[in-house]
Write a protein that binds this ligand. Sequence first.
Ligand code: ZN
Length: 134
Amino acid sequence: MPMNRIQFQPGLSLPAFLEQFGADIQCEAALERARWPEEFRCPHCGQADPDILRKRGRKTFQCQNGRVQTSLIIGTVFQSTHLALTVWFLAIYLISQAKTGLSALALKRHLGVSYPTAWLIGGLAAAGGAASCS
Ligand SMILES: [Zn+2]
């Protein structure tokens, strides 16, 4: 029986994932690159070079023109909870690596969050994944 190349394609191991996304600052950098591949531009006036603030631990860009603030996570699936980005990224990793899906109960155990939170993450991550694939 020939080898199924899709099943044997290289993936991202858990140690490699943790090395790349194990710290909140790494997740922030990845999210920032995904949102603004060139550089941050104020969504209101297009100004670059914002002041960087920390609001409730979250990176926030403040436009030097109008002092308008834009959170790194606003407008993403991450804005709806107070979970660390590392937890979100790990959830997305686990969901994307699970060949036959991942129950909210399994996600709860892996992440150490409540069942309602795990259920919410599963739904939002699936919706976000579907949205990014369309
Ligand atoms: Zn602006």
